[in-house]
Design a protein around this ligand. Structure first.
Ligand code: SF4
Length: 158
């Protein structure tokens, strides 16, 4: 028998902690990101190998890379995650692959890389269009930066 599943990958880093946030995330430090990525890739491999022993064939319908702020780390790390998932899981050709991005950490280069590695959906955190409120709640971007990020994403056609 076959079953469809969804995968969630957590990136627990942000440039700065918003004052209202209850998600598990910490301020980014390069050495910790590196250690976390090594462990994460190992876990993806081990879980993938264990799932292959399952009597059902599992097909991945959705992948969601959330956080934290996945866009605050190097796009190369996101590529490593996707490659590892492709190696150990049966990902459907039309799978929805999402990444959460913060307008304050998005660049056109990252968006282009995301598209290249197969990401086909973005979740862009805006929270509010009011710049004073954005500042008061500890967000690292303005409404104008959100608009810029949105337009770049449209141009890249993710
Ligand atoms: S960017 Fe998102 S995950 Fe990070 S601290 Fe702010 S609300 Fe929390």
């Amino acid at each position: 028998m076959s079953k469809e599943i969804g995968l969630y990958v957590h990136i627990p880093f942000c440039n700065h902690k918003c004052y209202y946030c209850d998600f598990y995330s910490i301020a980014k430090q390069d050495s910790i990101v590196l250690q976390y990525m090594e462990c994460l890739l190992q876990e993806i491999e081990e879980v993938g190998q264990n799932l292959r022993e399952n009597k059902d064939i599992l097909y991945v319908k959705t992948i969601y890379i959330g956080g934290g702020t996945p866009s605050c780390i190097d796009a190369k790390y996101i590529e490593d995650i996707i490659q590892m998932l492709k190696k150990y899981y049966n990902i459907l050709p039309d799978a929805e692959i999402t990444i959460e991005i913060n307008p304050g950490t998005s660049t056109i280069h990252k968006l282009e890389e995301y598209k290249k590695i197969g990401i086909n959906r973005l979740s862009i955190g805006m929270q509010t269009v009011n710049n004073d409120t954005l500042k008061r709640i500890g967000r690292i971007h303005t409404y104008e930066e959100f608009l810029n990020c949105y337009n770049e994403a449209r141009n890249v056609r993710i």
